[in-house]
Design a protein around this ligand. Structure first.
Ligand SMILES: Cc1ncc(COP(=O)(O)O)c(C=O)c1O
Length: 496
């Protein structure tokens, strides 16, 4: 919410008898009255309890609610590791074209040639960008891409009779989905320490790498925004042990067109199309997490894969070693299509410039923030960096969370907070390439101002929002998403 917006809101506006529209009486000709045709146990005995609201009040209610949130179209959103970049409006117009939006996935392949061609080309683009030739578009998000790739790895090792490979190695700076995916896929996870430079500690890796290692999951650039400069040594070591290297591709925005995971030794990777290639995301969705793998892993990918036969495109189900489907139909077409538009619009040169500008913006912001807070790991950074406000907490009792809450009062979305876990009181900032210098300066100026403010103001922020500091667990786990008719007991909470 902007500072100018009122903090007053009346949520309950229903008044008996108010209407937007009246449903006309049923005029379908029937031999007998409907009340006789429908079994009596299926007939409602009372009208449904629905809110009763006039049209203009309804429109204002939802329009006002829609402006009470942060969005990339209204606010700077430096949410580290989430790549909240501008989502071009042209993609929305193209995605809404009837030829795409009105397709049904159960149509015959013959009538789906256009979208199959687009998705086939998308497979090829993702193969080219990663340097890994075989692609599945099915996974619905990054985390599901990780899980799918680990299923692929498990199927590959099973096929080779190497079922003793039980371990998946994961750096301590990794996103929580990495160990979670490894555990879900039935592996044992082993944590690899980061060194003081924020990079994988090679001596710890050496000590833990063994004949029972199946996969090393590495994020590069890592979640501290640092490029793992020892990456080829790491991938050589893994391969010498017969293990696979998985690249968590959440941070591809930093290296698009500059280096390719396949070239530095990764065997598998996922993409977060919703991040790197501008699918509008946030609030948990929607996502798309395709995976790309080396040739020898292609037979295990989820079926079907889109193939080209002469001039025709079709779905290939003839993959006897496939791990099977991980998602219905062809994947999340809406997000894949927007990603396709983005790649086609920019081309190889444009994508490379995206990465260069993302890194430039991050380093500019980093240099400003370094004058305000501690940045524990040495720069320069890639597309993001992590500051620590541990000393501010010690000296002025202002925590990372307090700063994030106070930023809302200045119409800035918070950075990612308390992640990665290796940095105490972490603020992880990713400005992306789409922000101007003026925006970055305004953000840095605001951080500097908050640091000097009366700690009590910061600790009790935000002051301009209807909801200030909710119980975060309850807000996530006990959501009220359905209108309920007012009763004496729910009246108070409904008026927030
Ligand atoms: C480094 C990293 N890996 C994996 C993921 C998981 O991606 P998704 O949210 O698309 O499941 C994220 C998400 O923030 C991430 O930052």
């Amino acid at each position: 919410m902007n500072n100018t917006q009122s903090t007053q809101v009346i949520f309950e506006i229903s008044k008996p008898g108010r209407r937007c529209h009246r449903v006309p009486p049923c005029d379908v000709p029937t031999e007998r009255p409907l009340s006789e045709l429908i079994p009596s146990n299926h007939l409602a005995t009372a009208p449904p309890a629905l809110p009763e609201v006039g049209e203009i009040d309804l429109i204002r209610h939802f329009t006002n609610l829609s402006t009470r949130n942060m969005s990339i179209d209204t606010n700077f959103y430096p949410l580290g590791s989430c790549t909240m970049k501008y989502n071009p409006k042209r993609h929305e117009r193209l995605a809404a074209l009837a030829g795409l939006a009105a397709l049904h996935p159960l149509q015959d392949d013959e009538t789906l040639q256009g979208i199959l061609e687009i998705l086939y080309e998308m497979q090829q683009f993702l193969a080219e960008i990663s340097g890994l030739p075989a692609v599945s578009l099915q996974p619905a998000a990054g985390a599901q891409g990780e899980l799918t790739a680990l299923y692929v790895a498990a199927a590959y090792f099973r096929d080779k009779g190497e079922t003793h490979r039980r371990k998946v190695l994961v750096p301590d700076s990794a996103h929580g989905t990495n160990p979670a995916s490894a555990a879900l896929a039935g592996f044992d996870t082993v944590t690899i320490k980061s060194g003081p430079d924020g990079l994988v500690d090679l001596s710890d890796l050496k000590a833990k790498l063994g004949d029972d290692t199946a996969v090393f999951m590495i994020t590069n650039p890592n979640t501290l925004g640092l490029f793992e400069t020892q990456i080829t040594t790491i991938t050589d070591w893994l391969h010498a042990k017969g293990a696979l290297v998985y690249l968590d591709g959440a941070n591809m925005n930093a290296i698009l067109g500059i280096t390719r995971p396949g070239d530095f030794g990764a065997d598998m990777q996922h993409y977060n199309v919703h991040k790197t290639f501008t699918g509008p995301h946030g609030g948990g969705g929607p996502g798309s997490g395709p995976i790309a793998v080396r040739d020898f892993l292609a037979p295990y990918l989820p079926a079907p894969i889109i193939v080209k036969d002469g001039a025709k495109f079709r779905l290939n189900y003839d993959m006897p070693k496939s791990i099977g489907r991980v998602r219905s139909f062809f994947g999340n077409i809406g997000i894949l299509f927007r990603g396709y538009c983005y790649i086609r619009t920019l081309g190889p040169e444009g994508l490379k410039r995206v990465a260069e500008h993302a890194v430039l913006n991050a380093n500019y912001l980093r240099s400003r923030v370094a004058q305000i807070f501690d940045i524990p790991h040495p720069g320069p950074c890639m597309h993001e960096f992590v500051a620590s406000v541990r000393s501010l907490l010690r000296e002025r009792k202002i925590s990372a969370k307090d700063i994030c809450k106070r930023l809302l009062d200045f119409s800035f979305h918070a950075p990612t907070v308390y992640f990665p876990l290796v940095v105490p009181e972490a603020l992880m900032m990713e400005p992306t390439e789409t922000e101007s210098k003026e925006t970055l300066d305004a953000f840095a100026d605001t951080l500097a101002r908050i640091k000097e403010e009366d700690p009590e103001i910061v600790r009790t922020a935000p002051h301009t929002h209807i909801v200030s500091r909710p119980d975060e667990v309850k807000a996530a786990k006990d959501q009220k998403l359905r209108w309920q008719p007012p009763t004496a007991s729910n009246q108070v909470s409904r008026e927030r």
